[in-house]
Design a binder for this molecule. Structure first.
Ligand code: SF4
Length: 283
């Protein structure tokens, strides 16, 4: 039986992208290939906000006790190895049982499953078929992978998803919400902007791009990236979303980002989890 290292598993409202407002189960896997230390920082600077938290790691017994951060990656504990002991390795049976417990009617109705991270398309692709084939997951119709768009799908996982569709023809949907990282994240362009990878997601599901922006410079970077994705044949929609894992930062630029979206003819994505739930863990 497959196992997955799970940073968080909770039920909430999807706050971002295509399924904004939809009741959703969030499965946050452990591990990421990036660090995104540039978010919320001046150009060229990297956040060190998690360093004092990591030094006090012994004080924190659960994920929920960890402090939120306003710079860098807001889900730092889902990939930084110093926090790995807060994320248990669970069998697919244990995960499916926990999911059924937190669904309001103890079965899937209109809820959707979000597999997020960290980066959920790292090695865990080999474990998802066991989980998605579990009897408790039979009624699930919609899944979103929240990915940074740098990881290719394995041929085994692609084949599995084709079979998964065919069990409920015409009703199931897999979405790839690709939050491609612009230079404001602190990651390198050539590693973060991978049109060749994202184009492949469209062959197996519905895919869209979602960029976190704060400034006109970010917007110009997003435009350059979109040009590269389009040149590779990518056809899905483009969302832009304000930076800000805490309300103080988010409210500074959400309106400006909405106006940028209107100007470009792109979609605006909110971060409903910030005004609704203050972006606390488990929301
Ligand atoms: S890709 Fe996502 S999870 Fe990974 S470091 Fe960046 S923001 Fe965090």
């Amino acid at each position: 039986m497959s196992k997955i290292k799970i940073a968080e598993l909770f039920y909430s409202i999807q706050g971002e992208g295509r399924y904004m407002g939809v009741p959703s189960v969030f499965l946050r896997t452990f591990g990421c290939n990036f660090k995104c230390q540039g978010f919320g920082m001046s150009k060229g600077e990297l956040s060190t906000e998690i360093e004092p938290i990591a030094e006090r790691i012994a004080e924190f017994k659960t994920y929920e006790e960890l402090p939120l951060v306003s710079t860098g990656c807001d889900s730092y504990a889902s990939w930084d190895p110093r926090f790995k002991d807060l994320s248990p390795m669970l069998t697919s049976d244990a995960i499916a049982e926990r999911i059924v417990e937190i669904l309001p009617y103890k079965t899937w109705l209109d809820e959707h499953l979000v597999i997020t991270g960290g980066e959920p398309l790292l090695g865990w692709q080999r474990a998802y078929p066991d989980l998605l084939s579990h009897v408790y997951m039979n009624q699930l119709k919609e899944i979103t992978f929240e990915t940074n768009g740098t990881q290719r799908l394995t041929s085994e996982f692609k084949e599995y998803l084709e079979e998964w569709y065919m069990k409920m023809p015409g009703t199931r949907c897999v979405t790839f919400s690709v939050s491609a990282k612009l230079p404001c994240s602190g990651e390198k362009w050539e590693e973060a902007i991978r049109p060749d990878v994202v184009r492949e997601y469209e062959e197996i599901g519905y895919a869209y791009l979602k960029f976190v922006v704060a400034t006109e410079e970010d917007l110009n970077d997003a435009e350059r990236a979109v040009d590269e994705y389009r040149a590779a044949g990518f056809q899905g929609p483009v969302y832009i979303m304000p930076v800000g894992g805490v309300e103080r930062v988010y409210t500074l630029n959400n309106r400006a980002v909405a106006e940028m979206a209107m100007r470009k003819g792109w979609r605006y994505s909110d971060r409903l989890q910030v005004p609704l739930f203050k972006n606390e863990w488990g929301t």
